[in-house]
Design a protein around this ligand. Structure first.
Ligand SMILES: CC(C)(COP(=O)(O)OP(=O)(O)OC[C@H]1O[C@@H](n2cnc3c(N)ncnc32)[C@H](O)[C@@H]1OP(=O)(O)O)[C@@H](O)C(=O)NCCC(=O)NCCS
Length: 276
């Protein structure tokens, strides 16, 4: 990647632990933490990440044990699709997951834009409004079910408001409330970047998606962020050209691996993926 790998902030780890209590595991070796894994539940979809084992302790079965513990947790929570994502350029990781029974699916992409190079239009669109949890969630569920039956992002939406992680914007459309989460909190210590955690709209509703993307960029610029990250799954619209046209560049590619259940369909416009 063209950006340095940074240290995760305490707030980032607390956000993971709070939204899935009992799903964050550490591996102990000689009384010290030698590895960890975070589990995430989005209704019928369960995934894990980050997963890491201290380099001097790798190859001793710790990674396998951590994945098995997280999968056990996700199955007990009723998840019917279980998977993860890893760097597409890492044969070691792909072999590791294949040995555990995971099957490689499509690619997901990490995109980055330096904010300010292409200034977003000032958002004066009266149709963009703050998300209303009480009123919007039922309409959102219909959109989420178009991605995968039982997919439920409400835990992500709630955590933004409860922990002050960023903003949630909505646009009303025929398909329901198109919505986007922009994380502007410090996911990594001293990060200058914001992240679009989630953006969902109706199948062909590129207009709402564009408005939401612009609004998220303004949210980031307003608090002094200089870059935006997006993670998007290859099979869903919008396709990569749409992001390139908006000033985003490809930073990296991951591969989704699934252990249990179906992968998502390609019916709904959807930006989000399982690599945290
Ligand atoms: C990926 C990672 C978590 C694996 O943890 P680990 O403790 O080294 O792996 P394990 O010792 O549990 O290996 C489990 C199995 O995978 C196999 N495996 C690991 N690397 C392999 C490779 N390159 N080719 C084939 N098999 C491999 C092991 O042989 C073992 O198989 P076995 O059960 O039949 O003996 C660890 O390497 C790591 O922390 N990497 C850096 C961070 C990272 O990339 N995290 C994952 C992001 S998605």
């Amino acid at each position: 990647m063209q950006v340095p790998m940074m240290r995760r902030s305490s707030l980032n780890m607390e956000y993971y632990m709070d939204k899935e209590p009992g799903g964050f595991f550490v591996m102990l070796g000689n009384g010290k933490i030698v590895g960890s894994i975070a589990s995430h539940v989005w209704g019928s979809v369960g995934w894990f990440g980050p997963l890491e084992v201290n380099p001097v302790c790798q190859g001793k079965g710790y990674g396998k044990a951590l994945v098995e513990r997280s999968v056990e947790h996700l199955r007990a929570r009723g998840c019917t699709t279980i998977g993860c994502e890893t760097m597409a350029g890492s044969p070691k990781n792909i072999a590791f997951y294949h040995k555990l029974g995971f099957k490689a699916m499509s690619l997901s992409h990490v995109l980055y834009k330096r904010l300010g190079d292409v200034p977003p239009k000032l958002v004066t669109d009266k149709f963009i409004r703050p998300f209303n949890h009480e009123k919007d969630i039922p309409g959102c569920r219909k959109l989420w079910n178009g991605i995968l039956p039982g997919l439920d992002y409400s835990v992500e939406l709630a955590s933004v408001t409860e922990k002050g992680l960023g903003d949630i914007w909505a646009v009303d459309s025929e398909d329901g409330p198109a919505h986007a989460i922009v994380h502007t909190y410090e996911m990594f210590d001293d990060s200058q970047n914001a992240i679009i955690k989630l953006l969902v709209a109706g199948k062909n509703d590129m207009a709402s998606a564009g408005k939401l993307l612009d609004r998220c960029e303004v949210s980031a610029l307003t608090i002094g962020k200089t870059g935006m990250f997006i993670r998007t799954y290859d099979i869903n619209p919008p396709k990569l050209d749409w992001f390139f046209g908006r000033g985003y560049a490809l930073q990296g590619t991951s591969v989704r691996l699934i252990l249990d259940g179906p992968d998502e369909a390609d019916e709904t416009l959807h930006i989000s993926c399982w690599s945290a």
